[in-house]
Design a protein around this ligand. Sequence first.
Ligand SMILES: O=C(O)[C@H](O)[C@@H](O)[C@H](O)[C@H](O)COP(=O)(O)O
Length: 246
Amino acid sequence: MPTPSEIYVYDGADAVAEALASRLTAVLADVQARGGTPQVCLTGGRIATKAYERLAADGPGDVDWTHVDLWWGDERFVPAGDGDRNADATLDTLRAPLRLDEAHVHVMAPSDAGMDLDAAAAAYADELGDTIFDVCLLGVGPDGHVASLFPGHPSLETPGSAIAVRNSPKPPPDRISLTLPVIDRSRQVWFVVSGSDKADAVLQGVLGTGPDPVPAALASGVDATVWLVDRDAAAQLPDDVARMEL
Ligand SMILES: O=C(O)[C@H](O)[C@@H](O)[C@H](O)[C@H](O)COP(=O)(O)O
């Protein structure tokens, strides 16, 4: 049974990013205070990028980032250093200020690492094993896609934990993505969304109605499913959908 969505509505993308950074810091500190090693699945996208900049600017604070495992929900299968890769820019932002330990940083292989797309996805599945994310961050596309799982695309049905995605409707065409079963075993799933072009995706993702729900509607956390959105992205939610306006 999916957990009900908790929806938090902020003034704009900057406020969403700020909330994301502070919520994430609180969860990481809490997991560590209980003796755990936090497992976090990161996303690309503009809000997440702003949040990473905020985390880097704030520095480690109460979190021992040398003992935080970082994973990615999807990656574009392009050469290392290519501006299209999700992980590279994120790590450039976070690595030094948070003193990341590379042994805890789990990137999906680039296309020039000597593996084809299937082998790279299989290698990530091996590395992931039965990891359960404390928090899985998901950006949402205007079509309701999450990670590299697109509406109507065969990848939605592909078995496995990390899979090769070909012919992505959004370029580049070759990608690696985690699958819904892996996302859905996360303790918490947090969607981060801003902008009026995402209002329909938020509506579809939250309500999840119809015979063919969008991928965002199929992702949820075991303990919590949280939407951090701005007012424009929340604009189409009906009045009777509970939300907290911040
Ligand atoms: O792989 C991709 O093509 C993008 O990373 C994409 O999946 C992105 O995460 C969402 O479209 C949300 O992006 P924004 O938060 O920037 O709108």
